[in-house]
Design a protein around this ligand. Structure first.
Ligand code: KG4
Ligand code: ZN
Length: 367
């Protein structure tokens, strides 16, 4: 137990300043400061506002996490940080903070991928991930089906959205219905009161000639907007709960159908669902029903671990340490378009083993 790596993870890719602390697969602290309220009046995340909020929240959130975990910074075995993908300026705040703490404490630094972290977080809820892992990742920025033979080194995209991400569709539909931002949780709430079969909205890319694992939600979003406009033009009331439920049914139908198909085609008997949209109650219940019918084991972390947080970054960092992956160097860049195929970012100058990294910390930057 005590020889499992103790890792602090920092997440700043969007509007949440997340700092988590884990020991192996055990969650010790999950501190999150969100700037979501500051973005609400703009209907979306404003990058400069997010960066400033990260800067202000960073040190207090790290202190809160250490206190919550009841550990001293000197006990840590490593500092992990989201190196990408995400908002460039926001990522930079996290990466700079992680470097400063790692350097000052003499700890190895691990730059990790935000998407692989969304998958790895499930180890904190359900224990070691099976290998390979099949993952459906659905968030505000991404919708992908990923096959991960090794979450620290090998993540393979099977398919992804060709236009809007699933969460983006929730946010846009919420705007059309005048429900505010972020849209996912409020659409989810309204949908519980509505009839999911009230309106038959289109299921994108489900025709016989369409790509099997790719998604498209832009047509669905437009169909919802047209339907609502038409009602308003006719002077009729818009049945918000029915629209929300019918839209949500269309999204979750396509997501679960394609994810189960991917499991079957690849001979994988379990499915992990992660990312902010995995907090959706209908996605959870539909995935449960359909996975049970298909003989597939479903793993979905609790909602707080699905949305952006620091614990997921710490979870992947701990896995890096446990598997002896090399630490990142001090030139680790923040890469806003980091590909999903790179779970771990060694840095700009090549990877260092933990010992060399510490040595480099002692001698500083020598260019
Ligand atoms: O993973 P996440 O916290 O941030 C990104 O990396 O994008 O995901 C945020 C997205 C937002 O689009 C939000 O509307 C959506 O996840 N979301 C939901 C729910 N909770 C959050 N979508 C549907 N149902 C929910 N309950
Ligand atoms: Zn995310």
């Amino acid at each position: 137990m005590t020889d499992e790596p103790l890792v602090l993870g920092i997440e700043t890719s969007c509007d949440e300043t997340g700092v988590g602390i884990v020991r192996g697969h055990t969650l010790l602290a999950d501190a999150v400061a969100s700037s979501v309220d500051e973005h609400a009046r703009f209907g979306g995340v404003v990058p400069e506002v997010a960066s400033r909020a990260h800067l202000e929240a960073m040190v207090p959130t790290i202190q809160r996490a250490l206190k919550e975990a009841g550990v001293a910074a000197s006990d840590l075995d490593g500092i992990a940080v989201t190196a990408g993908p995400g908002l460039a300026g926001a990522l930079l705040v996290g990466v700079a903070a992680a470097k400063a703490y790692a350097y000052a404490l003499g700890k190895p630094l691990y730059g990790v991928n935000h998407l692989a972290s969304h998958i790895c977080v499930d180890q904190l809820e359900h224990g070691a991930l099976p290998e390979p892992t099949m993952a459906l990742l659905v968030s505000g920025g991404h919708s992908s089906l990923l096959l991960a033979p090794d979450i620290t080194t090998d993540v393979r995209p099977l398919g992804s959205t060709i236009d809007d991400a699933a969460g983006e569709a929730f946010d846009k539909v919420a705007r059309v219905l005048g429900l505010g931002f972020p849209g996912g949780p409020v659409v989810d709430r309204y949908a519980r009161e509505g009839d999911p079969s009230a309106i038959r909205f289109p299921r994108g890319l489900t025709g016989p000639r369409d790509p099997v694992y790719d998604f498209s939600f832009s047509g669905l979003k437009t169909a919802v907007a047209r339907w609502v406009e038409e009602r308003r033009r006719e002077g009729k009331q818009v049945p918000i709960a029915d629209v929300a439920a019918s839209f949500q049914e269309a999204v979750t139908d396509v997501l679960t159908r394609k994810a189960i198909r991917a499991c079957k085609d690849n001979g994988v008997d379990h499915l992990m669902i992660g990312g902010g949209v995995a907090a959706n109650s209908r996605l959870r219940s539909m995935a449960e029903e359909r996975c049970a019918d298909a003989g597939i084991r479903l793993r979905v972390p609790r909602p707080k671990l699905c949305t952006d947080n620091g614990a997921m970054v710490a979870a992947l960092g701990a896995e890096m340490v446990a598997r002896g992956r090399p630490a990142s160097d001090w030139e680790l860049p923040a890469d806003s378009s980091l590909p999903v195929t790179e779970p771990h970012v060694p840095g700009a100058g090549g990877a260092l083993d933990a010992h060399t990294a510490l040595h480099a910390a002692g001698h500083g930057h020598t260019h």
